[in-house]
Every structure is written in C-alpha cells, then in structure tokens.
Design a protein around this ligand. Sequence first.
Ligand code: NAG
Length: 160
Amino acid sequence: MVSFTSLLSLALAAGGLAAAKPTSFNGTGQIRTLWAYGDHSDLGCLTSAGLWTTDESLCGKFDAKRTNESPVMFTLASVEGPCQIYGKFSCAKGNEPYIFGLWPWGNSVPGVECLRWGQYGLMASSGPRNPPLPTDPPQELHLTSASEEQKYVWLTFGSV
Ligand SMILES: *[C@@H]1O[C@H](CO)[C@@H](O)[C@H](O)[C@H]1NC(C)=O
C-alpha cells in the first residue's frame, strides 16, 4: 500500500527534478562550437567578441535571456555588447541584438540545443583553419554558405 506521504514526496521530488533541469541559452554560459558531423566533438568556443577559438582561456562569458514561449526565443550579450549574426557572428557595442531560437529539426547534434537564427544555424569560418589551432588568433564564424572547407559547427550553450 502506497501512503499519501510517499506519493507526496515522489511528486515533490519530480517537481524538484523538473525545476533543476538545466535550460540552455538562459543565464550565464559559454558558447561552444560542436562539430556538425562525425562524433559532434567540441571544437572550442566563442570569445566575448564572438570569434572562434580553441584556446580555452579565451572563451567568453555570455548572458542569455530566454523566454518561456514556444518557439523559444533568446538574446545573447557579452561584456563587448549585444550579439548578432550580421555577415559574421559578433558581440559589440552598438550591435542591434538578434532574436535567436533553437534549431527545431533533427539534423543538428542529438540531444543538444543548438542556436538558430531564422532558418539558419550551421556555422563555418573562412579562416585559415577550421577549427583554429589554440595558438591561432580567434577567427570569424558565419552562417555557412556551404562553400567553406573543413569543419562546420553548431553553436551550443556550455557552463562557465
Ligand atoms: C531563465 O533563468 C531565470 C533565472 O534563473 C529563470 O527565472 C527563468 O525561468 C529561466 N527561463 C527559462 C525559459 O528557463
């Protein structure tokens, strides 16, 4: 016989779990770059200016504000300023903040929320190496035109 109090504590535990479920693109985090194919390995992060780096000491901290609406919408900003993807990903003072969303289709990274802007989300760089080496200067990242060589990435939210 299951008692009322044990049912109640189960319900509270379930509620507690639901509340503790991490929500990406909300609060303070890093923006990680995950390989679009293969093993979806983590190929670095974005600097606070929104440039791609594999030098972990240069990973920026981003402030994400996510709505409870469906579809989910959020804005991103760093100490440099609001983030947008106008030509290339950038966070800078004077930027018009973009309204981002979550990639809704199944072809990104399984089980990981990936950034979209409108119907775009897959990113690539025209830098000398994709991904850059840790010793390379951080390089630009933009919505892919499918002409870039080497690795394409999705933007995801990581803990700081
Ligand atoms: C985002 O985080 C804030 C602060 O922790 C919280 O109040 C809010 O409910 C969160 N929003 C979503 C959509 O998870």
